[in-house]
Ligand binder design. Structure first.
Ligand code: PLP
Length: 406
């Protein structure tokens, strides 16, 4: 029965890790994986997470009963609060709701599935969905697999000036069909590490409102961009303050280090409480036929942390520890490349924010890094700054120098 099934291509980032694991070279470096690493190159269980896990184990009131279809209520509400702010008028007006999802990916998929079914008419597969060029590679696939037939890129990155192509972005916003869907990175754009400034976000919001475009924020790195949760949620809050209805897919994989627990939330900001109620009722139907109800462990860890002032403050310190290490690696890599006299400018390494840096290395240089130097990075030239450590940074800088000058 399966004779006609075609072999699918491997997922690039997982394939890269597999190649890295199979490599016997002692000084190999993995800059591909999208996860935090300590200066010893190890995964980090956040101390606050360890503490809360112990609380959960010893809490006899907890059990393994099914959660409600939409998830743990205190997780959903606290997730929306950290992105919109405690004093968000939209929350006070009861027009904000959440759906606990399986990671940020699950939240994107739930939102996409809902939009296909109910946005712009029923089952409108023709509504264009715009994703930034470039973007996290899964955005295209998530929206196409939800049934959208027209997923297109919008201008975002200017390769020459290694920065945001704001005029191209605004042009695409002005010229696209009204009511198109735009997937926006809330902060720490993956893969470029380049976000619009607050003034630029205001310009983007103005066009989106005027042209009735739907804002679907993807917030996978809150806290990672600046080390400050509110600053990293500024764009989302600004859009809400302008009265824009939206979805925001939140991931707690990176900022809680809960990658394999699959913790995400789809925050929905609707026009009013009645709209929200109907949207959530339909979300229940989609969840019921997808995962029926979500897992509890990761959501409990996040909810307990966010709802306790002491644990919340400890978590913020943990996030800052991660963000600061990234900043340090950025500064050191730039300094090393400059001291080696590597051709080109390297200011973008420190100008970019978040976990990733878009080095500007071309595909030949990337191939050289992987094949000759055993330094693994994505074909786009994206590197995970957390893959750098005080032990390997000299080797990586020298490898980049060689790749650029050979
Ligand atoms: N969105 C972006 C921009 C990401 O980079 C990622 C993860 O790499 C996700 C969403 C998905 O996160 P999760 O692992 O929680 O599904």
């Amino acid at each position: 029965v399966f004779c006609d099934v075609q072999q699918a291509a491997p997922v690039a980032v997982f394939k890269l890790t597999q190649d890295f694991n199979n490599d016997q070279f002692p000084n190999k470096v993995n800059l591909g994986v999208g996860a935090y690493r300590t200066d010893e190159g190890k995964p980090w269980v956040l101390p606050v997470v360890k503490k809360v896990e112990k609380l959960i184990v010893h809490d006899d009131r907890l059990n393994h009963e099914y959660l409600p279809i939409l998830g743990l209520p205190e997780f959903r509400s606290s997730s929306s609060k950290i992105v919109l702010g405690d004093d968000s008028p939209a929350i006070r007006e009861d027009r904000v709701g959440g759906v606990q999802c399986l990671g940020g990916t699950g939240a994107l998929k739930m939102g996409a599935e809902f939009l296909r079914r109910f946005y712009n008419g029923s089952n409108n597969t023709k509504t264009p969905v715009y994703v930034s060029a470039p973007t996290w590679e899964n955005h295209n696939a998530v929206f196409s697999s939800a049934g959208f037939e027209d997923v297109r890129p919008y201008k975002y990155w200017d390769a020459e000036k290694r920065g945001l192509d704001l005029s191209g972005f605004l042009r695409d916003l002005e010229s696209c069909p009204e009511r198109s869907i735009f997937v926006l990175h809330a902060c720490a754009h993956n893969p470029t590490g380049t976000d619009p400034s607050q003034e630029q976000w205001k310009q983007i919001a103005e066009v989106m409102m005027r042209r009735k475009l739907f804002a679907f924020f993807d917030s996978a790195y809150q806290g990672f961009a600046s080390g400050n949760l509110d600053k990293d949620a500024w764009a989302v809050c600004y859009f809400v303050s302008m009265g824009i209805e939206m979805f925001c897919a939140q991931s707690f994989s990176k900022n809680f280090g809960l990658y394999n627990e699959r913790v995400g939330n789809l925050t929905i900001v609707a026009r009013d409480a009645d709209n929200l109620k109907r949207v959530l009722s339909q979300m229940e139907k989609i969840v019921r036929t997808t995962w029926s109800n979500p897992p509890s462990q990761g959501a409990r860890i996040v909810a307990i942390t966010l709802n306790s002032p002491e644990l919340f403050s400890e978590w913020k310190d943990n996030v800052k520890t991660m963000a600061d290490r990234v900043l340090l690696m950025r500064a050191q890599l730039k300094a090393k490349l400059q001291s080696l006299g590597t051709p080109g400018t390297w200011d973008h390494i420190t100008d970019q924010i978040g976990m990733f840096s878009f080095t500007g290395l071309n595909s030949k240089q990337v191939e050289y890094m992987v094949k000759e130097k055993h330094v693994y990075l994505m074909a786009s030239g994206r590197i995970n700054m957390c893959g750098l450590t005080s032990k390997n940074i000299d080797y990586v800088a020298e490898s980049i120098h060689e790749a650029v000058t050979t």
